[in-house]
Ligand binder design. Sequence first.
Ligand SMILES: Cc1ncc(COP(=O)(O)O)c(C=O)c1O
Length: 378
Amino acid sequence: MIEAGVRAARVPPFHAMAMSRLAEEHEAEGRRVLHLEVGQPSTGLPTGARRAVEAALDRPLGYTNAPGIAALRRRLAERYDGVDPERVTVVSGASAGFTLAFLGLFDAGARVGVLEPGYPCYRNTLLALGMQPVPIPVGPATRWAPTPDLVDAAGPLDGLIIASPSNPTGTILRADALAALAEACRRSGIAVIADEIYHGIAAEPAPRILDHEPDAVVVNSFSKYYSMTGWRVGWMVVPDSLVDVIERLQQNLFICAPHVSQVAALAALDDTDELDGHVARYLTNRSILIEGLGAAGITDVAPADGAFYVYAHVPQLTSALGIDSMALCRRWLDELGVCATPGIDFDLARGHEYVRFSSAGSTDTMTEAVELLAGWRP
Ligand SMILES: Cc1ncc(COP(=O)(O)O)c(C=O)c1O
């Protein structure tokens, strides 16, 4: 029998996707599911992007050059003061951006700080690439934000991944917090990778890393604010010193991001009125969720400053029932048709007592889900 490589065999699953799959099985059996597990908008491609795609289908859509179509790179560069479009690469979603960033910056064995709780694919991608994720636990004491002291406590690091607004806690790193982290990393020679995928999904704009650390690598995407998860398109901004290496990696690993998605992305940049409407709904949903969870006795939640998640501490349920958050989510799915994501995805040490709810769905979904949770008698 052919066996998987040892390193690949050790890569853990992404449990949110596993919950979505369970939910799909329920739906295939004819049962109704309220989806609060998914980190994706329930809306489709914005209108201008749809029109651009329709028009593009009349011409051949081949490879683009590796860093992406020039007009898109130029528009993306304009978002950052003084960034040369040469520093922008269009990628196949933020996920591909992480692979390129990690390979561009680090060698096998590199120690890279990842926050716990945090988006699990940072850790799992580093593992797949033979690098060493170093967990940096954050919690309520620092509003779930990393601090220079917490980074120091992790020991020597080659890199640090930060995300603001964060998945799963929604924490936004304020400008002073970003500046302090940037300064600490510069002092210790730690490369900063900033995942800014949830920028635009908050009541206030989130501060940007490049305003504090010009040499940081930024990864962003059209998946969330632009409502384009399935189009697999994002971008990264790298310092001048990495431009060549990222282009060579992109040529060899991915060739280019999908051409049709780049066309859609360029047009979506002008669809902000429609997209801001989605953000307004996420904010309404977040309030309904937080209030409704409170009525269901779930009151200990992380800040939820931005992104579309509410990360809740539920030890009163997991301890009372003698189960972990994975089993709790399965019971909610089986008994209520409410699908949420267990915290073990985001935090190996404490996640068994946490659950993440996504407010990206419809407002009716939120209202109905919290009513069901409030009425649940295990
Ligand atoms: C924090 C974070 N970064 C990156 C991604 C993946 O982004 P993409 O769809 O652009 O690959 C996700 C998806 O949920 C995410 O939550």
